[in-house]
Design a protein around this ligand. Structure first.
Ligand code: GLV
Ligand code: MG
Length: 338
């Protein structure tokens, strides 16, 4: 059987070794839909080509008495819709739920040839990925699938974060990891009640200016997810897989959504989830490098010739390390244009 890594192609020569294994198919937004909701299901053909990834959700947000309808709906949609270059993923139920075995059995044997990636929620450690990996191997053999399914883990438990490096390396099927801020907040016993984003109470305050503690002070809201995103990115890059920010639940707040996505992009994530068509456009904009940034990166690479030594460009020092950063931007732009 071919390794899932056969579906990866190298980035530009000179890219750091782990980055050479990044999948070439763009996945700037993983757009969630409820396959059992007829209105939503009817819109899926129109979404093809608009989102990089369409994901049929079977887990949270699908009521317990609608789990089978969602699973059946996904089978029907996968058979009827031509997804073209758009990837089709699913999020199955968690490994401790009564539904996951039927999810995997049904989906792999009936539409395994149509699915690209299986997202596994609430992953606690590498043993969860080993379990899914073995089960998928059995089911793929039963279905006679030539192409192995890839696995994407959601990082949304405190144990998962503690074990993220082992999770990222747990199987050659691992495609990537997403931060799941809502479940993670609950698992960590954070005192929040929202799906991703910041919190007005999580802030730092500048020192007072004079004698009065009240004078001249400014407060800055902080990013609750900075540590976890950065740790997840390191774990993913070290393992040669892709990191993603997850959901942003306040659909109306497009500004804060864009900020959260951009923080994730700047820290190394390649995409985020979208829960509404508005968020598809935000993710497309944020996770595609800006033309001016790509032009600057190309200028730096050109100016650096063989990449050794140092040059000044518009007053800024360039060297081997800036060339490598610029290669990341250019490789991403080339991949997205391909
Ligand atoms: C996603 O599943 C989350 O819990 O944030
Ligand atoms: Mg969750």
């Amino acid at each position: 059987m071919r390794s899932p890594k056969d579906f990866f192609r190298p980035l530009a020569v000179g890219a750091p070794e782990p980055l050479r294994q990044i999948p070439f198919r763009p996945s700037r937004m993983i757009h969630f839909f409820d396959p059992g909701n007829e209105k939503m299901a009817a819109k899926v053909p129109d979404m093809v080509g608009k989102a990089d990834v369409l994901l049929g959700n079977l887990e949270d947000a699908i009521q317990a008495d609608r789990k089978e309808a969602a699973r059946d709906g996904l089978v029907r949609i996968a058979r009827e819709v031509d997804f073209g270059d758009t990837q089709l993923w699913t999020r199955v139920n968690s490994l401790d739920s009564p539904w996951v075995l039927d999810d995997l059995l049904t989906l792999v044997t009936q539409i395994g040839d149509k699915l690209d990636v299986i997202m596994v929620p609430k992953v606690e450690g590498p043993e969860d990925i080993h379990y899914v990996d073995r089960l998928l191997a059995q089911l793929e053999a039963r279905a006679g699938l030539a192409r192995p399914l890839l696995v994407h883990a959601i990082l949304e438990t405190a144990s998962g974060v503690a074990n993220v490096e082992e999770i990222a390396l747990a199987s050659p099927r691992m495609q990537g990891i997403s931060l799941g801020p809502a479940d993670l907040a609950a698992s960590r016993r954070m005192k929040t009640t929202r799906v991703g984003g910041g919190h007005p109470g999580y802030l730092v305050r500048t020192d007072p200016v004079g004698d009065s503690l009240a004078e001249g002070r400014t407060t800055y809201q902080q990013d609750l997810w900075h540590y976890t995103v950065a740790r997840m990115v390191d774990a993913c890059v070290a393992a040669g897989i892709l990191p993603y920010y997850g959901p942003f639940g306040d659909i109306r707040d497009v500004v804060a959504c864009e900020d959260q996505f951009r923080n994730a992009y700047l820290l190394g994530c390649v995409g985020a989830w979208s829960l509404h068509p508005k968020q598809i456009e935000i993710a497309r904009r944020v996770f595609s490098p800006e033309a001016s940034e790509v032009a600057w990166a190309r200028r730096v690479i050109d100016a650096m010739g063989d990449g050794t030594g140092a040059v000044m460009l518009d007053g800024k020092m360039q060297d081997d390390a800036t060339v490598k950063q610029c290669q990341v931007i250019v490789a991403l732009a080339d991949d997205l244009a391909a």
